[in-house]
Ligand binder design. Structure first.
Ligand SMILES: [Zn+2]
Ligand SMILES: [Zn+2]
Length: 481
């Protein structure tokens, strides 16, 4: 038997900079996993001085790194899960190498359905999991060779759910074949701006109809819209070319890059649906509802869109509906409130900005951390905490369980780092009748119960609440605290 059948070596040079590293993959028949050898230092080792240590770096921190301890490294390309990244790099090369004679990996793998399914499932788990950006991007890159483009996240699933709900839409695209799709101008403006008719006016409350040219391939357009809403699309090779043309025309850069199967740039971030773009001055005129916080004593407030001088936030019903079943029902209920363009939200201005951020990014902004948090005075810390308690209380009413859990996590971690806030938090939570939160805060106060009692801090508190803390303190000491 020829030696080559037994032993196959693929040498890879890094795509980013051929000085960085090379890998050798040895595929030996009968062995389930290829052997991978490093040949050079990895990027992280070479650049460690420049990027700072990752959170779990096993190296002692230098004084320079200590000075930037509040600097948050948001992108973790290859620090995290480095070995996984190299394995994926190797796999990407294998996929390219093995299928270079065939035009499509797809066709090849169709003959091996079960292998393909297992491979795809694993890659999808990496792509949408909590791995570093490098492995996630490479998993997506390999998947794009198999017909799956983009990333699946909560925001995309949320928007896709609302997309399928025609009652939310403010525009209808009419296809040449007689069918059509109900869409939202704000999503088109953010994701594929050239699909919008020129001179798009302000919100008018009616559904605008746009007839599409017969030159536009309907299936490609449907796929493009799917990607616009969800950030993810599955495309058969027969539609690929038409979709590429359309994506180029519609300036959907992210999709176009994926369709062209370009290698991810080293260090590039995970592409996201950039919904906050809808809140920028250029696109804010698509907004159709105003959120108004509780009375505030804010000195001055300037809005770029209207002349109102009290704090408020211009938002989009469609996006609010997508994240909150309660608002979705409210907007379509036909009740008086559903037609109002102002919606009062019982949270402070700080709370409202965090809430809006959640609706547009599907992420609750975190309070300042590190030295910035430590250096904040108690009032400022309390203001932060109050914002989260208010949102927590609101989620009970608006039925937003995920957001509520996120709030609880933030509140408890704040209390963890500043126990002195627990009494105020207990008062605050009690005023909102949030008893689960009161109990959790009481548990945080338990270890310093005697200190609190002696300093007289408990005197202002309701007897019932003091009892609660005392009980928690007794339990704490019984558990050997
Ligand atoms: Zn710091
Ligand atoms: Zn305004």
């Amino acid at each position: 038997m020829c030696m080559l059948d037994l032993f196959k070596v693929v040498s890879i040079k890094s795509c980013a900079n051929d000085d960085i590293f090379t890998l050798q993959i040895h595929i030996i028949k009968g062995q389930r996993y290829p052997l991978v050898y490093h040949r050079r230092r990895c990027w992280y080792q070479r650049n460690r001085e420049n990027v700072g240590a990752s959170s779990f770096a096993p190296y002692p921190q230098s004084s320079a790194e200590k000075r930037i301890c509040c600097w948050e490294c948001t992108e973790d390309w290859d620090n995290k899960d480095a070995i996984l990244l190299y394995a994926l790099l190797a796999l990407a090369e294998l996929v390219n190498h093995s299928f270079s004679e065939q035009n499509h990996a797809e066709e090849f793998l169709n003959k091996r359905e079960s292998v393909k399914d297992r491979l795809c499932t694993t890659l999808q788990e990496i792509r949408d999991g909590t791995y570093g950006s490098g492995p996630r991007r490479y998993a997506a890159y390999i998947l794009s060779n198999l017909g799956y483009y983009g990333f699946q996240d909560k925001l995309g699933k949320r928007l896709m759910g609302a997309y399928e709900d025609e009652e939310c839409s403010d525009m209808r695209l009419l296809f040449a074949n007689g069918n059509g799709a109900s869409v939202n101008k704000v999503i088109l403006a953010v994701r594929c701006p050239t699909l919008l008719p020129p001179k798009e006016g302000a919100h008018s409350g009616t559904v605008q109809e746009i007839r599409m040219s017969a030159n536009v391939d309907t299936l490609a357009l449907v796929k493009l819209l799917e990607f616009a809403y969800s950030g993810y699309v599955e495309v058969e090779s027969s539609t690929l070319k038409k979709l590429k043309t359309l994506a180029r025309h519609c300036k959907t850069k992210i999709l176009l890059q994926m369709l062209c199967r370009g290698r991810p740039k080293w260090g590039s971030s995970i592409p996201r649906i950039d919904l906050p773009l809808a809140l920028t001055p250029k696109l804010i005129h698509f907004s159709d509802v105003i959120l108004v916080p509780k009375e505030t004593n804010m000195a001055s407030f300037n809005c770029r869109l209207c002349s109102s001088t009290s704090p408020h936030a211009h938002c989009h019903r469609f996006i609010l509906s997508s994240g909150c079943e309660y608002l979705r029902a409210l907007f379509r209920s036909g009740m008086q409130e559903s037609h109002l363009d102002r919606l009062k939200v019982p949270v402070s201005w700080l709370g409202l900005t965090k809430l809006v951020n959640w609706f547009y990014c599907d992420e609750l902004p975190k309070p300042p951390s590190g030295c910035r948090w430590t250096n904040m005075d108690t009032d400022a810390k309390l203001q932060e905490l109050q914002a989260y308690v208010e949102i927590y209380s609101l989620t009970e009413w608006w039925i937003m369980e995920d957001l509520q859990n996120d709030c609880a996590k933030v509140i408890l971690s704040c209390l963890e780092s500043a126990r002195e806030l627990s009494i105020k938090t207990i008062e605050l939570a009690a005023s909102f009748s949030m008893w689960k939160l009161v109990e959790a805060a009481a548990e945080h106060a338990a270890p310093i119960y005697h200190q609190l009692r002696d300093s007289g801090e408990l005197d202002e508190l309701d007897d019932e609440l003091v009892n609660l803390i005392r009980t928690a303190a007794v339990q704490f000491s019984q558990q050997g605290g």
